[in-house]
Design a binder for this molecule. Sequence first.
Ligand SMILES: Cc1cc2nc3c(=O)[nH]c(=O)nc-3n(C[C@H](O)[C@H](O)[C@H](O)COP(=O)(O)O)c2cc1C
Length: 188
Amino acid sequence: MSNILVLNGSARVDAFTAAMIKSFRKGAEKGGNTVRVLELSRLHIHSCIGCLKGGKDRAHPCVQRDDMDIVYEEFRKADTIVFATPLFFWDYSGLLKNVIDRLWALAEYERSELIGKGRGGALLVAAGGSHPELIYGHFDYMMKRLAWKNLGKAAMLHTDDMDMKDIPECEEARALGEAVCQTDSVQY
Ligand SMILES: Cc1cc2nc3c(=O)[nH]c(=O)nc-3n(C[C@H](O)[C@H](O)[C@H](O)COP(=O)(O)O)c2cc1C
């Protein structure tokens, strides 16, 4: 069983990314996994200032003091991280990209806090159009460089043509959630 942290990079809490998370969660909880969702739009997280001077204090890995400390705490408890994002300019939303950049401070404290350690990652993308290829490529490369298990990706496409009041179940996201249950548990 996995301890799953979902980082929701959508500012619209009831829209398509949120619907994908709901479907993913249904699948993941079926197998007894624990799922915690952080709504990044409700947190105050600054962008990385690129100082490369983090990692001096375990409680506050980054030199900036903001709600990123909440993310660090939840991240440390999780063995599976789900990056959930609207597709913005064929990429992660700014909300999520800020958080990804700021995770680097964990590696500055201790490399294994971020790299490897048997972690798994998954990607959920809600896209107004039909081209998630670039973010898929980035995600695959990120999993490789972080030495995490790539648990897979799911997309809901053409959301701009859909009715926000009648969002269908995302079967791909639910199946991805179910597949996480079948993943070997993380060895620390
Ligand atoms: C600033 C901005 C950039 C966007 N860029 C893209 C894009 O590159 N490709 C695409 O397919 N949709 C794009 N969209 C549409 C969103 O991906 C789509 O509306 C998605 O459902 C938003 O996620 P949400 O429903 O969780 O808010 C963009 C929307 C915004 C507001």
